[in-house]
Design a protein around this ligand. Sequence first.
Ligand code: FE
Ligand code: FE
Length: 168
Amino acid sequence: MKLESLQDLLVHELKDLYSAENQLVKALPKMAKAATNEQLRAGFEEHLAQTKNHVTRLEEIAETLGCKLAGHRCKAMEGLIEEGSELISEDAEDVIRDAALIGAAQRVEHYEIAAYGTARAIAECLGYGDTVRLLNETLDEERATDEKLTELAETSVNVEAADLVAAE
Ligand code: FE
Ligand code: FE
């Protein structure tokens, strides 16, 4: 696909996000299964439901813009998920694996936040109000997820993980 206009770049960004979100829909159940901390597991499940909705929002946007989103593979998300699954398969103490899972999940959220921020800025520049609104809704959920993960790490998972070391 030749990128001749800012509109073309927006479609390219949306295709990348569409692939990223669809890959995440497949990865999140595995992350939930690997989590020991109950809040972390529930958080992954909640974000799975949100992520399915992110896919739907992108489809709505594509309909508004009259473009197709299939047929592109987001290699960055592929890599982030690959690293996450490598971590899951490590021989680790449960709470340490949870701490690692939070780090992997936050890498994913930060990638999405950057990509949605870029797409939103482009859509804003082009004056696509409906697209901006939909991208914003998702962006807010990605940010909230990231903040929840930080809080969970700081208030419980990392604290418990640190105690584990102290006990030995
Ligand atoms: Fe998402
Ligand atoms: Fe997300």
